[in-house]
Design a protein around this ligand. Structure first.
Ligand SMILES: [Zn+2]
Length: 99
């Protein structure tokens, strides 16, 4: 079934039963957006990534202190790349002798 057919079917259904009001459609779209946000918490992880990396560099157990971040890094390659880049920078900074 293509999209045009689907829309026509929804329209027919709405005409007969008047169930598919704008309110219903908007409500449905809102639910979809909420689900999407839960599936992509990258923004939240990004805001905590600095703290996570800093904890890691200072030899604390970052994975235990911030398990949600660790969990996300295991699942999300984009955030994991960002994490490894940050860790690399911080470790180099930490290793360099004080001047
Ligand atoms: Zn992510």
């Amino acid at each position: 079934m293509n999209i045009k057919q689907l829309i026509q079917r929804i329209r027919k259904g709405a005409n007969h039963q008047e169930e598919l009001s704008d309110e219903v459609v908007v409500g449905f779209l809102r639910i979809l957006e909420e689900v999407r946000e839960e599936d992509e918490p990258c923004e939240k992880i990004y805001s905590e990534l600095d703290e996570y990396v800093e904890t890691q560099v200072h030899s604390k157990d970052a994975a235990r202190l911030m398990p949600l971040v660790r969990e996300h890094l295991d699942m999300c390659s984009e955030c994991c790349e960002e994490y490894e880049a940050l860790l690399d920078i911080l470790e180099k900074t930490a290793d360099s002798p004080e001047s």
